[in-house]
Design a protein around this ligand. Structure first.
Ligand code: NAP
Length: 305
């Protein structure tokens, strides 16, 4: 099926949804294409406490409110995986289903995907003790021991969330300092259920009765390996941009992030980036919605030029 819009937004995280609100209110015919659940990483985040005006809100709840808002101005919400974006007088957007969309402008707001540990048994035990979503799976670990890998904001915030269920939680970091904000680090260090294992990296996961039984870690100074018994492993070691659909257009940096100017425009006129998938210094809900609003406004001016 071929359809045409003024604007196609790829991704419905905070950046894509903000773009949909601005595009819809500007009167553009618009579609927002999403491969998974609307909300992006928000849906997998327990608590948002730094979005101005909302002191504290559950991520999925904020996502739902944004989604209702983003579709209130007639931006059509479509579910598909975009495989390719091609330039032309009309941009061509090809999807996994075989559907093709044409648009005068495109905003790519596809976010990032979690990095894997890439160690033996990680893939085999995913869903059987290895999880990349504390909010989705945390309740399965009531009164059990779990291990969070990583020292960034995601790792520490999700670790704190998990402490309401588990009896014991290890956080494994490869340096002796965290990367996360000090306000979160202070909470982690004060939590009696949490034990921090510093200067260690994961080597392999051991299976027990078809599930995760333990994780083998290696001290980075001594190369000594040691085993930690654990029922759950939650890797939060960063993420990579979901921008494969732009690979033919020479708009990405060496790590796959979209390069944009202050109008969120790539060097291809009519193609914009917004949110975590762009090269930027701060990846937050508030900066994502900022990008989405600017990208939609820029697309509006481009289309009406
Ligand atoms: P991140 O900030 O890049 O942190 C990744 C963590 O994983 C670091 O501690 C890193 O160690 C560690 N790591 C990376 N590769 C590893 C490996 N192979 N083995 C073991 N450890 C490894 O990633 P993030 O926490 O997912 O956050 C991504 C972005 O979103 C950041 O900009 C973050 O600030 C933002 N964010 C913000 C909030 C918030 O403000 N509330 C919440 C979530 C995310 P090193 O430190 O040694 O490199």
């Amino acid at each position: 099926m071929d359809r045409q819009f003024d604007l196609v937004i790829i991704g419905s995280g905070p950046a894509g949804m903000a773009a949909a609100i601005y595009a819809g209110r500007a009167g553009l015919s618009c579609a927002m294409i999403e491969a998974e659940a609307p909300g992006g990483k928000l849906v997998k985040t327990y608590e948002i406490a730094n979005y101005p005006g909302i002191a504290e809100i559950n991520g999925a709840e904020l996502a739902m409110q944004m989604y209702e808002h983003s579709t209130a101005y007639h931006c059509e919400s479509l579910f598909d995986t975009v495989l390719k974006v091609e330039d032309g007088e009309l941009k061509k957007i090809t999807c996994l289903s075989g559907d093709v969309y044409y648009a005068k402008a495109v905003i790519v707001a596809t976010g990032t995907k979690e990095r894997l540990l890439n160690i033996p048994n990680e893939k085999e035990l995913t869903g059987r003790g290895v999880s990349y979503c504390a909010v989705c799976d945390g309740a399965f670990y009531r009164n059990k021991t779990v291990t969070v890998i990583g020292g960034g904001n995601s790792a520490l915030e999700e670790a704190l969330y998990l402490t309401q269920f588990v009896s014991k939680l290890y956080i494994v970091i490869r340096r002796d300092v965290f990367r996360a904000d000090s306000v979160v680090v202070d909470k982690v260090e004060a939590n009696e259920k949490i034990e921090i294992i510093r200067k260690a990296i994961p080597v392999r996961i051991n299976e027990k009765d078809g599930k995760v039984g333990s994780i083998v870690l290696k001290n980075v100074d001594t190369n000594e390996e040691f085993e930690v018994e654990t029922s759950g492993i939650f890797p939060y070691i960063g993420a990579d941009p979901c921008t494969e659909m732009l690979e033919g257009l020479d708009v990405l940096d060496a790590h796959g992030y979209i390069l944009t100017d202050e109008n969120m425009s790539t060097k291809v006129p009519g193609i914009y980036g917004a949110g975590d998938c762009c090269k930027k210094v701060l990846r937050q809900v508030v900066t994502a919605v900022n990008d989405g609003a600017i990208a939609a406004q820029s697309a509006f001016h481009y289309i009406n030029k």
